[in-house]
Ligand binder design. Sequence first.
Ligand code: TYD
Length: 204
Amino acid sequence: MFVTIEGIDGSGKTTLAQKLYQWLSAEGYDVLLTREPGGAPATQILRQLILSNNDPLVNAFLFFADRAEHVSKVILPALESGKIVICDRFFDSTIAYGGYGFGLPLDFLTLNNEISCRGVRPDITILLDIEPSLALSRVSEKTVFESMGMSFYERVRKGYLELAKKEADRIVLLDAARPPSEILNEAKSIVNRALREKLRYNLR
Ligand code: TYD
């Protein structure tokens, strides 16, 4: 099963992804925790380029290269061996940041997302939704992205919310302004439900 965690910088994605990983591992599941950009060994260099570069179009191509390598070398082999894969950011980030945040054409991003994913789609996506001012106050170290300003993050948030509306079956929205323990409990029930559905589907 493939689970992705999404949200703006400072929404608490990384902490949630780690907590879910620990919980599922303790439950006895074989779990892989990974992230984008830079989830595959050969893509560390792409991550460095992306985080130090401020040309959105160049970055879009780097994100697609990063994802194509990540899917083929890390995500797909793990899914094929029966693991649960938890990925901190995936293709929704490309649409929310690149499309809504930076204004790149959505059809260009959607098509290249599809191609770079090689047929892999998340079974479930947890979207941590939060006011940008609150999220950014939590971020200590600033990357190019985190220095973009509030209106940029308002657009990214809007993009995520529109994706969630369009793909309500896959994307589950969580209010990330609540205490971390509440968020974790809700995320656990979402993952449990998705696991049950997957099992039922596989038994058909
Ligand atoms: P990172 O340091 O990994 O941020 P975070 O810890 O919040 O995940 O930086 C990744 C940045 O890249 C983040 O600001 C979101 C952005 N991004 C995109 O713009 N498009 C993408 O497809 C992905 C995967 C990330």
